[in-house]
Design a protein around this ligand. Structure first.
Ligand SMILES: NC(=O)c1ccc[n+]([C@@H]2O[C@H](COP(=O)([O-])OP(=O)(O)OC[C@H]3O[C@@H](n4cnc5c(N)ncnc54)[C@H](O)[C@@H]3O)[C@@H](O)[C@H]2O)c1
Length: 278
């Protein structure tokens, strides 16, 4: 397999722009694509601001930041973005139909040797790869949040992912200054599965009336050394998205993952947990 030089990222939202930034800092020529021009403008501003912050904290040197910015191109058309890429990472919203559509399109426009990566929390890379002709060249990567600073990067092999693709994905992750963890396919991978379970448990405790949402969050954040309280984290992630994740984990992994009734109620009522319990 030839060396990866050009990475295209499809979808310039929260994760896509951070992945593009990590790729550019890692020395790859990077093309960031989105269907919405406004998303591209926001992504460009966010990457500049984020690199500026990294320079001010000393984690990146000014000349590295300038070189990274110069390596990023922005595209509003998938074909233009993916045509020359050695690896394409899709980071569009986690809906099966959207991801399948992107995979089929990429299979048509990419060179035969190009690897296709899905940045997904809940879709099966085996299923995504099953609709295209290059399943051995497909793999999933998952940057935990916050993607700018989280070092671990989970890399999930599908049923047909080749050793070559897995090795190349690990090498790309290392150049992005991440610590790759290569794992077998499992719903939610490692971090998302545990994160979902912790916030679901916090909602169960809230439903049992153990304490207020703020107190439960404070206890868990301080007691477990978490970066933020699990209820606040779920709100930031989106309660509806978290409920969908729990439903998926419940369906695939069993009873341990049954969604907390209070989480279901808050989603139905369109309420935020912390606001409701105040
Ligand atoms: N945000 C998180 O907490 C998080 C964490 C880990 C993994 N993920 C996963 O990363 C992926 C992206 O999530 P996000 O939070 O960045 O989403 P987001 O909604 O912030 O961004 C998605 C972007 O994709 C663009 N898009 C939609 N359809 C497109 C298409 N056909 N072609 C090109 N661009 C298109 C949208 O315009 C949007 O800018 C999802 O699979 C998600 O599950 C998200």
């Amino acid at each position: 397999m030839s060396e990866v030089r050009i990475i295209a990222v499809i979808g310039a939202g929260t994760m896509g722009r951070s992945i593009a930034q990590a790729a550019a800092v890692g020395g790859f020529r990077t093309i960031l694509e989105d269907i919405l021009p406004n998303a591209l403008r926001k992504a460009e501003d966010a990457i500049r601001a984020e690199l500026g912050r990294a320079v001010s904290t000393g984690s990146v040197e000014q000349r590295e930041a300038d070189a990274a910015l110069a390596r990023i191109e922005y595209a509003s058309n998938l074909e233009d973005a993916a045509r020359d890429a050695d690896m394409v990472i899709e980071a569009v919203p986690d809906e099966l139909e959207s991801k399948l559509e992107i995979f089929v399109l990429l299979d048509k426009v990419c060179r035969p040797e190009t690897m296709i990566v899905s940045h997904t929390q809940i879709q099966s890379i085996t299923e995504l790869a099953s609709v295209i002709y290059r399943a051995p060249k497909c793999i999933a990567m998952w940057f935990p949040k916050p993607p700018q600073t989280s070092v671990a990067l989970e890399i999930v092999r599908g049923l047909e992912t080749s050793d070559e693709t897995a090795t190349a994905a690990v090498a790309v992750a290392q150049r992005m200054k991440r610590e790759p963890i290569l794992l077998r396919e499992t719903p939610g991978a490692i971090t998302a599965r545990m994160q979902a379970l912790i916030s679901n448990e916090a909602f169960k405790m809230l439903g049992e009336g153990l304490a207020s949402a703020e107190e439960i969050d404070r206890a868990l954040q301080q007691g477990l050394g978490l970066p933020m309280g699990p209820i606040a984290e779920a709100e930031q992630y989106g309660l509806e998205r978290r409920l969908r994740m729990m439903e998926y984990l419940h369906k695939t992994l069993g009873e341990t993952y049954r969604p907390a009734p209070l989480l279901e109620q808050y989603v139905k009522a369109n309420k935020r947990a912390l606001a409701v319990s105040r």
